[in-house]
Ligand binder design. Structure first.
Ligand code: ARG
Length: 461
């Protein structure tokens, strides 16, 4: 028995009906569906559409169903087309005819939009929390690293020395943008669609502003026709999730490289690595590789959803049912990946000596050029002088630290005996002057600011 069988002569063909059944996955909306129906019953009562007795019976019945479903998840099951049909069937079984009045003036089109909006508003904060927990792990690594140095890269070639703390705070910065993007997606979902009816609005005097307040929405949708098919809030969420996964994937890629034998700036803890069934020496970064791999899946959910939306004519279309599995899968993928990334990052150990050695040598060339600029040489000229020096050192298999004062002076008269102190990785980071730079004082301030942000998220020391 469906919610719509009255109009039909024959029972549906299972091949067609089963294909459209969504209860297998939209049961995740059980709580939100009841939250919405409780508010709708109240609104019908206030509007005088439901008698006070019926309104009370419906509310009591819905609460009992919610209790039972919370207590026993296996209760939320049956041959129903979707979660909305399930709740209505259970209500009628429990309270009889009064239950048949609940759907007055309401359509599943707005109901499903409401449920998914409530779901996202309820669940997004858990993702934000998990992102903040990962930021905290990055800040912890930054704190422990102190003045430790490592190379930064451009084009995957050694570029300039940076503090290890600066490196971890770089990933924290991207994750904090994800946190804000998730908040923006929750805000996009934060409009009440009830009152839209099937598509043209409802013909009962529903106080939608009151209903919005009851359900915790900050605003109403502005157009019922738009609202019946608007899933921009789903796209916004999938975008936030996909971009967060892109960031996690880049972090994972970095750490696969930096924990490998060739770099070995960091060691993976045994607890966050796996072994090989054949090669006894292997310690594989499986969790990182899986995070990187799952980014493809999250991106697929976003692009798949955009492709579904683009062909839809105005008003509700059943294609929209595809939104839910995309949301649930992207959510689960992001949540699990954030946790896995946290497990790895929080247990990474730094090989300070090895990282610093990689941050020394010819990647100090810019600092050597800046030394000449500080003594009056035009930068383009200094670039040439130092370039020639680098060419020679490369040919001889040496670096700046092996040059004698005479050799420095042969390259340029402007070099003085203080040049060896200027051409170190630590001097290089100390020479940076801007607040976003790797200057130790700037990084210290950035870490402070990050700690304050974590505190505003209810985390941190
Ligand atoms: N399961 C449907 C969905 O997810 C619920 C809305 C059904 N509305 C309808 N007119 N068939 O979109």
């Amino acid at each position: 028995m469906t919610l719509w069988s009255g109009r039909f002569d024959t029972a549906p063909d299972p091949a067609a009906f089963d294909f459209g059944v969504s209860f297998g996955f939209d049961r995740a909306l059980f709580e939100d569906d009841i939250t919405g129906s409780l508010a709708w019953a109240d609104a019908l009562g206030v509007a005088g559409v439901l008698s006070p007795d019926d309104a009370r019976a419906v509310a009591d019945g819905l609460r009992a169903i919610l209790e039972e479903g919370r207590h026993d998840p296996a209760f939320v099951a049956g041959p129903d087309e979707d979660v909305h049909s399930f709740v209505e069937r259970k209500l009628v079984e429990r309270i009889g005819d009064a239950g048949r009045r609940l759907h007055t003036g309401r359509s599943r089109n707005e109901q499903v939009s409401l449920d998914l909006r409530l779901y996202l508003k309820r669940r997004i904060p858990a993702l934000q929390h998990q992102a903040a927990v990962l930021v905290e792990a990055c800040a912890g690594q930054a704190e422990r690293a102190g003045l430790a140095l490592m190379p930064s890269y451009t084009h995957m070639r050694r570029a300039q020395p940076v503090l290890v703390a600066h490196y971890f705070l770089a990933h924290a910065a991207a994750l904090r943008r994800d946190h804000a993007r998730l908040a923006a997606a929750a805000h996009e979902a934060d409009a009440l669609p009830l009152g839209s009816g099937a598509v043209a609005g409802t013909s009962y005097p529903i106080d939608t502003a009151r209903l919005a307040r009851t359900l915790g929405f900050s605003r109403l949708v502005s157009n019922s026709l738009d609202a019946s098919s608007d899933r921009d809030f789903v796209a916004a969420f999938l975008y936030a999730a996909a971009l967060a996964m892109v960031h996690l994937s880049r972090l994972a890629e970095d750490l696969v490289i930096f924990t490998g034998e060739e770099h070995a700036f960091f060691d993976l803890a045994d607890a966050s690595a796996t072994g090989s069934s054949m090669m006894p020496q292997k310690k594989n970064p499986d969790p990182l590789e899986l995070v990187r791999g799952k980014a493809g899946r999250a991106i697929g959910r976003l692009t798949g959803w955009l492709a579904t939306m683009k062909g839809l004519p105005s008003g509700y279309n059943k294609d929209l049912q595809e939104d839910k599995e995309a949301v649930f899968d992207a959510e689960a993928t992001l949540q699990a990946s954030l946790r896995a990334a946290h497990a790895v990052v929080s247990r990474l150990s730094l090989n300070a000596e090895r990282a610093e050695r990689a941050a020394s040598g010819l990647l100090l060339a810019t600092d050597v050029a800046d030394y000449l600029v500080a003594r009056g040489m035009p930068f383009r000229r200094a670039h040439e002088v130092v370039g020639a020096l680098v060419r020679r050192l490369l040919a001889e298999g040496r670096d700046f630290s092996t040059l004698t004062l005479e050799e420095w002076r042969a390259a340029s008269e402007l070099f003085g005996d203080d040049v060896p102190q200027a051409a170190t990785a630590l001097a290089s980071v100390r020479a940076r002057q801007t607040p976003q730079s790797t200057n130790p004082a700037a990084v210290g301030a950035a870490l402070e600011e990050c700690r304050a942000w974590l505190k505003s998220c209810g985390l941190g020391i």
